[in-house]
Design a protein around this ligand. Structure first.
Ligand code: PBG
Length: 331
């Protein structure tokens, strides 16, 4: 038998496999999500996210140094305030937890690129991502009233020194609203990374435990997307590009690789994806049981996201992944 094409030829040695590799990873594409909390002198491990912590501002230094040493130059901050209220006022307070964390980190580590999450759910007593209203006889989140608070949040974060803001609330029109607010306050060079394609997902469970942000009634399905929908995801992405987003995100990552591909084919701005808390928790749990090999799973998940078209990858494994990339362990 005459076999003309033998794809196995290019797989014979590690050197050759590396030469022809189509997806290459670089630590500069990684973003590390980090929780900051009010108080002093504490790092609390998050039960459902083993190895992840809530840091008081004074305890962030050690982690930032480790990240920088590993080559991870970008973090996304999530604030967990001591006091929550109906309107999430700590989200846009001048001395709010995120504002203080940003100025501390930027003062000590100006080389660290600091992204801030723009959303109210970590700050509201009811855990929803905006202002709750009674609408047509049922409780819901008031889109347009929420926009104003998101604008204030983004501007206060930029004033504190945030390098980029990332709205994750899924209100309609928030990208334009935030862009306008930033521009009129002198922050026309602060980019907006929009969580454009964000699905209502059970993969956020551990995050909500970490942030105490599970909704006290109902769920988020009146603003986050139905995970059965593909075309709607494209619509959201294109709308955010139109409204001025600089980077768009698909979230979660692992069950949504098709959307990463679709969005990166349909737009010409960088696409990010967020491997969320539930993805991390599953890997950690199975690895602790000895059922999977954690480093190789982490590398394989990351390669999948990049292969699907992501240019940026947000992951709780950022530091470890940067190490695997450096060691050449990937693949
Ligand atoms: C805030 C927000 C959430 C996540 C990121 N930003 C929670 C949610 O929408 O319920 C989840 C991230 C993760 O699970 O790691 N809206």
């Amino acid at each position: 038998m005459q076999i003309t094409n033998r794809p196995r030829r290019l797989r014979t040695t590690q050197n050759l496999r590396r030469m022809v590799r189509e997806t290459r990873m670089d630590a500069s594409s990684l973003i590390y999500p980090m929780f900051v909390t009010d108080g002093k002198g504490r790092t609390e491990e998050i039960e459902a996210l083993p190895g992840q912590y809530r840091y008081t501002v004074d305890r962030t230094d050690e982690k930032i140094e480790k990240l920088l040493n590993a080559g991870v130059g970008s973090i996304m901050l999530f604030g967990i305030p001591e006091n929550k209220d109906e309107f999430g006022t700590q989200a846009y307070a001048e001395d709010g937890i995120v504002q203080r964390a940003v100025s501390h980190i930027k003062a000590h580590y100006p080389e660290m690129f600091v992204i801030t999450d723009v959303c109210l759910c970590e700050y509201t007593s009811h855990g929803h991502c905006g202002v709750v209203c009674e609408c047509c006889g049922r409780l819901d989140v008031d889109n347009d009233r929420t926009l104003e608070l998101l604008q204030r949040t983004a501007v206060s974060q930029a004033l504190a020194g945030a390098d980029m803001v990332a709205p994750s609330d899924m209100m309609d029109g928030r990208v334009r609203a935030i862009r306008e607010a930033l521009d009129s306050n002198g922050f026309s060079n602060t980019p907006v990374m929009s969580y454009a394609v964000k699905y209502a997902s059970s993969f956020y469970g551990p995050f909500r435990e970490a942030a105490g942000s599970a909704p006290s009634f109902g769920d988020r399905r009146s603003y986050q997307m139905d995970y059965h929908n593909r075309r709607e995801g494209l619509k959201e992405a294109l709308m955010d590009v139109e409204e001025g987003a600089d980077i768009i995100m698909v979230k979660p990552a692992m069950s949504y690789l098709d959307m990463i591909r679709e969005v990166s084919d349909a737009t010409d701005i960088p696409v990010a994806t967020y491997s969320v808390s539930g993805e991390y928790a599953m890997v950690k749990a199975a690895a602790a049981k000895g059922w999977i090999d954690e480093p190789s799973i982490v590398c394989e998940m990351a390669a999948g996201a990049f292969r699907a078209g992501a240019q940026l990858y947000e992951t709780y494994f950022a530091e470890e992944l940067a190490g695997f990339i450096k060691e050449g362990r990937i693949g």
